[in-house]
Design a protein around this ligand. Structure first.
Ligand SMILES: Nc1ncnc2c1ncn2[C@@H]1O[C@H](COP(=O)(O)OP(=O)(O)O)[C@@H](O)[C@H]1O
Ligand SMILES: [Mg+2]
Length: 437
């Protein structure tokens, strides 16, 4: 058990606030925090629980959630999502939450939890539905309808937003492929002629018109484009960023239908890559707008909210030693995203497969149990001066039940063992079982 930390406590309420410096705790108290769990106060499998743990969500952070498979990472992400829905209206107005759902489990947030009322009461909570907007790729609407998953809207990407390297990543082309050369030429021409306003149809037409490439190359690229048309993801218009990053809204982008589809693996990367790129650009612009308002003595407000992007199975988008079209964009978020107001919550069971910068740059580290040595080694680079003892030892001493986690807070330089709070909305991650009861 980590030695009892010097608590970052709001003395009015005696809760533990993480992700905030003591000056900010004094200034803001408990407003703009998420109630994620309680501090573990004793050892053993059924430890005494103490103060509530409140996580700052008013300022930008990079949060890393780790733990072996089934340890409760997605559950914990769900807890944080629920908390965003409970923020005060004036804070909510400035924040938007986007969740990348790899498994299709977060739509159940819409449903209040059942069966854990007594446990919730002990935590001072009651079952509640969490309003979330579920977006699914347009071409996969039927897939979700068949499964009777409540979908709110379709997601499409704007063709004109993709640059040549992104198209190449989608089709797994390199510059050695003649198709890539043709693709580069066609996209460049279309952007010159039409700006952003073209779809796959226009691309196919331009391929037909091209006079420099041979017939085989043209046919091969056309086949790829026709295949992409079938995905129903890329369109002339595309979903507007303001409909994805909406103030006060929690938007879940369910990409689970693309996860296993053969030849479509790259589509989830493009969704995250493009979204990350657009949000970064737009927040940079709006940050300037906010600055000007502040200079004029007006309040900090802009028409674009600050963004919390949550990515489950983050090693799939930010791998350590493989290329990925979303990687550079997300590294940008991790390294400098705080300035324009971009926060990330990354969850992974394989920190050893995650880009090391995503580990070293996090300022809040929440780790459920880990047992694989290479994963423990990967997070050991975090070992801050305020941490006594090894990760190995801490994981060993952690209670084995669900929801326990180690929490490292770089802002207050504190370390805790915590238990996550139970879910107030339906937990969609309940492990699949062959038993029906
Ligand atoms: N804090 C918790 N309290 C109760 N059950 C939990 C808790 N955390 C996880 N679980 C349960 O454990 C299982 C695995 O959790 P999940 O979050 O899907 O793990 P991971 O994402 O780490 O693989 C699920 O059935 C989930 O309902
Ligand atoms: Mg999970």
């Amino acid at each position: 058990m980590p030695s009892p930390p010097i608590p970052n406590v709001d003395f009015a309420s005696k809760n533990t606030i993480v992700g905030r410096t003591s000056e900010d705790v004094q200034k803001y108290g408990e407003s703009g925090t998420a109630y994620i769990g309680k501090v573990v106060m004793s050892s053993g499998e059924n430890p005494v629980l103490g103060r509530k743990v409140l996580m700052d969500v008013a300022k930008p952070h990079v949060v890393l959630i780790c733990g072996k498979r089934g340890a409760g990472k997605s559950f914990s992400l769900g807890v944080v999502i629920e908390e965003f829905a409970k923020l005060s209206p004036e804070l909510k107005r400035r924040v938007s939450v986007i969740v990348i759902d790899m498994v299709g489990i977060f739509w159940t947030l819409k449903v209040p939890s059942r069966g854990n009322e007594k446990e919730l009461l002990e935590w001072g909570l009651t079952p509640e539905s969490t309003p979330v907007k579920i977006l699914v790729p347009k071409g996969k609407m039927d897939f979700y309808k068949e499964k009777q998953i409540p979908v709110d809207d379709a997601l499409t990407l704007r063709c004109g937003e993709l640059d040549v390297t992104e198209w190449m990543a989608l089709f797994r082309y390199t510059w050695h492929d003649t198709e890539a050369i043709l693709l580069g030429r066609v996209i460049e021409q279309l952007k010159e002629q039409l700006g952003m306003r073209f779809g796959i149809e226009e691309i196919i037409h331009s391929i037909d018109q091209d006079e420099e490439s041979d017939k085989l190359t043209k046919q091969a690229l056309k086949n790829r484009m026709e295949m992409a048309q079938g995905w129903g993801l890329l369109e002339k218009e595309g979903t507007k960023m303001k409909d994805i990053a909406e103030a006060g809204k929690i938007t879940v982008i369910d990409v689970s239908a693309y996860r296993q589809a053969i030849g479509m693996e790259g589509t989830k990367d493009i969704i995250v890559g493009l979204l990350g790129k657009k949000l970064f650009e737009e927040r940079m612009l709006y940050r300037k707008e906010e600055e000007i308002r502040l200079m004029k003595g007006l309040g900090r407000e802009s028409s674009m909210p600050i963004v919390w992007l949550m990515i489950d199975e983050a090693h799939m988008f930010m791998p350590k030693d493989e290329p990925n079209i979303a990687l550079n964009v997300l590294l940008e978020w991790v390294r400098v995203g705080r300035q324009p107001g971009l926060s990330l919550i990354l969850a992974t069971q394989r920190p050893n497969k995650l880009h090391p910068d995503a580990i070293s740059q996090c300022d809040l580290f929440i780790s459920h149990r880990m047992t694989a040595q290479d994963d423990i080694m990967a997070v050991s680079q975090l070992r801050p001066s305020y941490m006594h003892g090894d990760f190995d030892k801490l994981y060993n001493e952690m209670p084995k039940g669900k929801g326990y986690a180690l929490l490292l807070d770089d802002n207050a330089e504190s370390i805790y063992t915590i238990k996550m709070r139970p879910r107030t909305s339906w937990d969609g991650g309940v492990t699949a079982s062959a038993f029906t009861k």
